[in-house]
Design a protein around this ligand. Structure first.
Ligand code: SF4
Length: 366
């Protein structure tokens, strides 16, 4: 197939649904890792087309959703300092911190700018040598290479007024945390195709072996998703537990080696807080000491801000697949995309926002 429309073809998608139904004989629980996959599954009603014995749980792969509260507070603190231009992807601006979000901080007159790439932030730094330009570096392995490239260029060109508030997280430790939890119910994973386009899928092989769980690298279009689910269900029915690649048009087993080399050069692995979930060992990245001049937390001495998550938001349980968004008492009432209590309702990849926009029995459905 050559064109995107072919991956959205309703007849081909329904054909795969029928094939899933034909091979499925027992109940199974499958988790898609990526929030983009969650939105596509709900938008195209794939979860509703599957028969009752296949349950889809929504994983923690929304980078905006898992960025911890203290990072939002640190972002606001940095953005409120004199002579700072704070740059961020747009969907971080409405994520609530402990008392306000970046959009409110912008409305108070702070210079907070939406950029589409970390290199845009680096350009702003070059154009404004009398200001400190800080980029909010959130995201999974997918976005790390682009941020790493901006830091490396700043290092090479000796641009000392550029730094990054680093909040990168890694997928494999999150999968292990979910599988090690006493609440673990997941029997198969759809791994995120774009993450694997960078990292490959070799690191998932020991996880599949250790936990005896199928992992299928999957794309984002309806046909990708039903094919990934089919491959996962087939493994479960046949009693197999290996890593398979549905997204062959974009993913190679070894991934993008130059991107991985750049990541390794600049970052080290650290324990990282995940919003609503808590700390996961070795699940985050931090700039190495030799690039510490570009680490905004070091530059602005902000290492030790600790804040408490709000009690009324259960997004941590949503992100681990323990609860569905509709089981939250605040869903669609106290918490809406216009007035979000948690990041999973703000983000374009958040599970709560997906249920808000796409669920048929939701009066707010699009
Ligand atoms: S509906 Fe709102 S309050 Fe409830 S879990 Fe989702 S983001 Fe949190």
């Amino acid at each position: 197939m050559k064109f995107m429309s072919e991956y959205r073809d309703a007849e081909s998608t329904k054909k795969y649904i029928r094939e899933i139904q034909a091979i499925s004989t027992k109940k199974c629980v499958i988790m898609e890792i990526c929030g983009g996959q969650t939105h596509a599954l709900l938008k195209y009603g794939i979860d509703e087309l599957l028969q009752d014995n296949i349950t889809l749980l929504h994983g923690p792969g929304c980078p905006v959703c898992v960025t911890p509260l203290d990072k939002i507070d640190k972002a606001i603190k940095i953005a409120s300092m004199p002579d700072v231009i704070f740059c961020s992807f747009g969907d971080m601006l409405r994520v609530p911190g402990s008392s306000e979000d970046l959009l409110s901080a912008k409305a108070r007159g702070n210079d907070i700018r939406i950029v589409y790439s970390p290199m845009d932030a680096l350009d702003i730094a070059r154009q404004n040598p009398d200001k400190n330009v800080v980029f909010f570096g959130i995201g999974f392995e997918t976005t790390v290479p682009a941020v790493a490239m901006a830091v490396y260029r700043a290092f090479e060109l000796n641009i000392s007024n550029f730094s990054v508030l680093v909040s990168h997280v890694l997928v494999p430790p999150a999968i292990e945390a979910i599988l090690s939890s006493p609440h673990a119910a997941v029997q198969g994973f759809l791994a995120a195709g774009h993450v694997c386009a960078v990292m490959g899928y070799r690191e998932y092989i020991p996880i599949a072996e250790k936990y005896k769980i199928p992992i299928v690298v999957t794309g984002f279009e309806p046909l990708d998703l039903v094919q990934g689910i089919y491959m996962c269900v087939k493994q479960l029915e046949e009693g197999r537990a290996v890593v398979e690649n549905q997204y062959t048009r974009s993913v190679k087993k070894e991934g993008n080696i130059p991107a991985q080399q750049l990541m390794k050069k600049l970052y080290k692995t650290v324990n990282r807080q995940w919003r609503g979930i808590g700390e996961i060992a070795d699940s985050g990245l931090q700039l190495k000491k030799e690039y510490g001049a570009f680490d905004a937390e070091v530059k602005f001495n902000l290492r030790n801000i600790l804040v408490r998550e709000p009690d009324n938001c259960i997004s941590g349980m949503v992100l681990q697949g323990i609860k569905k968004p509709t089981e939250c008492a605040a869903f669609g009432t106290a918490c809406t995309p216009e007035h979000p209590l948690g990041a999973t309702m703000v983000s374009s990849e958040g599970a709560c926002a997906a249920y808000y926009y796409y669920r048929k029995n939701n009066e707010h459905s699009a």
